[in-house]
Write a protein that binds this ligand. Sequence first.
Ligand SMILES: [Zn+2]
Length: 304
Amino acid sequence: MNKKSLLLPLCGLFMAACSTVSMTGRKQLSLVSESEVLAASLAEYQSYMQTAQLSTDAQATARVKGIAQRIAAAAEAYLKVSGQEADLQNYAWEFNLVNSPELNAFCMPGGKIVVYTGMVALAGNGADADDELAAVIGHEVGHAIAKHGQERASQQMLTSLGSQVLGTVTANSSSTIQQAVATAYGLGTQYGALLPFSRKHELEADYIGIVLATVAGYDADAAVTLWQKMEAVSTTSVPQFASTHPSSSKRISELQKNIPTVKATYGQAAQAAASSTSTTTSSTSSRSKTQSSKKSGTGYKIGN
Ligand SMILES: [Zn+2]
């Protein structure tokens, strides 16, 4: 089934079945309710955290939490100025540094952020290390606020059922929805078995990630060096993050193309929340400027 060709007619037939990613203007399928996705995601996160080993490195943990908190504050500011304030009620942010050599990080719907120590090691201790971690976290939060999980679960349901029964499904079929969510998230398996994001979602998360990093006061250029590092290690192994986040010269070139515009648009817009609520952040960066965040149509388009 060609999901792409189905999406536009479906948006016409089932208005409630589609939504728009506000930062990019892209229409997305949303057959599965957000509450179903949040419930399934929270259950998966809690299960994961029961076995995850938190880092005992207090300094590294504080550093990652500080960066994640600033990215989260930027995301909240963005949701507010873009008319999605109602979505904030779905977020109960949590920030964790998990002890694992794997190159991995994720943000579950609802704002549960996990960074692996392997990713911190990859970023290193250079001058732009925090900026690179901000790029990783920004990218993952980008997937969350663009509701890519909800979209994937919706696509999964569409694929498995076909459009002829959509009316029935959207009316009530919670077990089917639950199954679609489970498949999209790899529930019942290790989190790493999550289905890879599509290239379209990756590029969109990259874009949102550099916006959030910029608003939070980080240097978006680090997204490029981060992915270059990721590509370099991918040649010798298949790290977790790279296997679910396919790297390519295309994404790097897209970042390089978008970063100047994002910096020009959002560079002066470091939002007040990042500095006014950062009570637990360990970051000492003073690059954030407390000016009002501005929403801007950037004319950004996802490829193909
Ligand atoms: Zn991704």
